[in-house]
Every structure is written in C-alpha cells, then in structure tokens.
Write a protein that binds this ligand. Structure first.
Ligand SMILES: Cc1cc2nc3c(=O)[nH]c(=O)nc-3n(C[C@H](O)[C@H](O)[C@H](O)COP(=O)(O)OP(=O)(O)OC[C@H]3O[C@@H](n4cnc5c(N)ncnc54)[C@H](O)[C@@H]3O)c2cc1C
Length: 353
C-alpha cells in the first residue's frame, strides 16, 4: 500500500499553479505529465489584460484575479530564480471617433491614460487616439511551465509518464504511481476528452494560432486591436495572436497566417516579416468559466480544467481556491464548481450502453 498523497495529472498552467499552491501550504503533490510540446500552455502568448472587450467594463472578477496573479507570478519568479512574468502597459487604439465616448481614468481602475488624438502614430494606426491600460502584460508560459517542471524534478515530485486512462481502472493508475488510496486532480487541458471519468464535461477544443514576426516596435508596451503583439524571444521579435477557430485539424494553417497578417497590417504602421507560426487547442467550457471540484461519484477524483482563452489570469487564483478546498479550509465558488454540471453526468450515465 502506497503513501496517501495528492497526485496531479497534467502540468500545463493549471497543474503548475496548483502544484505551487499546494507546495506553499506545505503539501507535496506528485505531478505526472507526458511532456507534450504542443499543449496550449507551451504555445500561448501569455497575455493578461483586464479590459478585453470594447465595452468599458473590466473582465470577469478582474478586481480579485489581477492583484492575485501579480503576487503569484512575482513571488514565484523570486522563489524559482527565473524571469517569466512581464507586466507591461497595453495600448488599445480606438477604431472610430465614437470609441472615444464614455472613457474616464477616474472611473476605471485599469486605465492609466486616455488619448483623443494619435499617441503612437509612428508605430500604429491610431488617428482617433486610444487608451493605455495598466495591470496588463504577459507571462512567458513555456518558460514558466518548464521552470516549474525543473523545480518539481529537483524536489523529486515530478514523474514523466503518459497515463493510459482509457484501459486502466483508477486503482491500477494509482498502483502504477505507488500511491494507492490517493486523490487525483486531473489538469489535462483538452485531453480531458479521453478521460473516462470526466469526458462528459462540456469542455471542447478551440484552436488558436499565433505568428512570430520581426518588426521595429518598442518592447515596453503591448499594442492590441484585433491582434496583440507581445515581445518574444529577443529584440525586435513579437508574437502576434491569436485566431479562434472551431476547426479540429491539428497544425498551422494558411488561413490562420493570412488572418493574422491581415490584422497586423490593419494595426501597425511599420513593416513586419513573419518568421514562424504556432498552433494549439484551448480547453473551453460552454459557460466560459473554469471547472473545479469533485467527480459526482468517485470521491478521490477531482478536476481543474476549462481555463479557455485566459489561463494566465485564471489559473493562479482558482488553483489557490482549489488548494484551500483540498485542505478542507473552504468551499468552492459556485460559479466554477463542477457541481453545476452534475445533471449532465447523470444524463450521460443514462445514455451509456
Ligand atoms: C494559440 C494560443 C494562444 C493563447 N494565448 C493565451 C494568452 O495570450 N493568454 C492566456 O491567458 N491564455 C492563452 N491561451 C490559453 C491558455 O494557453 C490555456 O488557457 C491554458 O494553457 C490551459 O492550460 P491547461 O493546464 O488547462 O492545459 P494544457 O496546457 O493543455 O496542459 C495540460 C497538460 O496535461 C498533460 N496531460 C494531459 N493528459 C495527460 C495524461 N493522461 N498523462 C500525462 N499527462 C497528461 C499534457 O501533456 C499537458 O502538459 C492561448 C492558447 C492558445 C492555443
């Protein structure tokens, strides 16, 4: 009989943040991942942005999520002695004159300045001005995941292994890991679709593509309208993203690159050269909220998934909620609790042959 411990399956943003939150609480999770290179967390641009639509309100839970992510990534940079967190202002040029209406620095916690005429005209098309946001920036997500992996390995808490869930019972899975009786937290991203215990959840794959471009833009501010340009991989190099495509076809596409090139042209005033392209699948939920919590029947199986298009922003705070709940210190917030989907599980059981 193995020692009771928490097992985390999957070490993308969800699994990494949860492992760090458990370590903070003095627990020692065992993390299992099969080190795929094309996961969402390895290809993401890593942007965090508190005002994502043209509507002048902040994104969902921004007042809680943004201060938390700042503390989380910053303190782990110092613990892990690596640089992956890059807070930067973001400039969002207005598209038309009417976009100027109703913005006010005083009334908006995430706006640092508003411009009613061109501010960065030598770089971007902004003849109607634009807004500069604060509390924005990006996380180099691949660097973050790989740094956390090295740290877990150094603590003896990482196993590189592809768990064959389809043909194993949960007891076999735990025996393989010498952890009989433990709780397993599945943080598998879009691979949840092949997980026999959680494949009934309404999580689907939303394909995204980014392009790498070389261009002469400043790297102390992020430009964002239609696409964003995030500094990446050295001076003059930027990641442009992203597309949102229901296609389930893996790989880079000509259509994706054309869309990104066209939108980049519509935003910037300086020439650019495409040097690369990436793609991945985001795990998105029908109600666009993460999913956390306990399987309806198996009391040692837990899920943390559905980070969608905003894994960088959502993962730290909800990993902390999940860690508190795993310790029995708190309940899970209703909006993200898996229990909102329990009726789907019982329907699924009813239909299963
Ligand atoms: C092109 C693109 C751009 C994006 N840009 C942004 C952005 O700018 N900002 C932002 O916040 N978000 C962005 N996202 C979304 C973000 O990447 C996701 O929200 C996030 O990475 C999801 O993390 P995850 O840990 O849930 O899943 P994943 O990153 O998919 O990680 C799951 C991990 O589990 C492992 N795994 C799965 N099953 C098993 C198994 N049975 N055994 C062992 N290991 C297993 C996989 O190998 C993987 O490492 C982007 C996504 C894409 C595709």
């Amino acid at each position: 009989m193995g020692k009771e411990r928490i097992i985390i399956v999957g070490q993308g943003l969800a699994g990494s943040c949860l492992a760090l939150e458990l370590l903070r609480r003095g627990l020692e999770p065992l993390v299992v991942d099969h080190s795929e290179t094309n996961t969402a967390s390895m290809v993401a641009a890593g942007l965090f942005n508190p005002v994502t639509s043209r509507v002048k309100t902040s994104t969902w839970m921004a007042e809680v999520l943004f201060p938390y992510l700042h503390e989380f990534y910053r303190s782990h940079e110092s613990l892990l002695k690596e640089n992956f967190y890059h807070p930067k202002p973001m400039y969002r040029p207005f598209t038309e004159i009417s976009d100027q209406e109703g913005w006010s620095v005083q009334n908006h916690p995430f706006v640092s300045s508003i411009h009613f005429s061109s501010k960065y005209g030598s770089f971007v098309k902004d003849s109607f001005g634009g807004i500069v946001l604060k509390n924005s920036g990006y996380v180099d997500t691949a660097a973050f995941v790989l740094t956390v992996r090295r740290y877990l390995k150094s603590l003896g808490l990482y196993v590189e292994h592809s768990l064959d869930l389809k043909s194993s019972s949960i007891d076999d899975v735990l025996l393989t890991l010498n952890a009989a009786g433990s709780r397993i937290i599945f943080c598998e991203g879009v691979r949840i679709a092949t997980n026999p215990w959680f494949n009934w959840l309404p999580i689907s794959s939303l394909k995204g593509e980014t392009a790498q471009v070389e261009t002469n833009l400043p790297d102390d501010i992020i430009f964002n309208r239609g696409v964003y340009l995030v500094p990446f991989n050295g001076p003059g190099m930027f990641k442009v993203g992203a597309t949102y495509d229901r296609s389930q076809v893996a790989g880079n596409s000509v259509k994706g690159l054309e869309e990104l090139s066209k939108k980049t042209d519509a935003l910037i005033n300086v020439p650019f050269r495409v040097t690369g392209q990436s793609w991945g699948f985001r795990p998105v939920v029908t109600d666009r909220r993460p999913i956390l919590g306990l399987h309806p029947e198996k009391k040692n199986l837990v899920v943390f998934n559905g980070l969608g298009t905003k894994g960088v922003t959502l993962a730290p705070w909800f990993a902390s909620c999940l860690a508190d709940w795993l310790e029995g210190k708190d309940t899970l917030p209703d909006e993200v609790n898996i229990s909102r989907f329990y009726p789907l599980y019982f329907k699924y059981l009813h239909k299963a042959p």
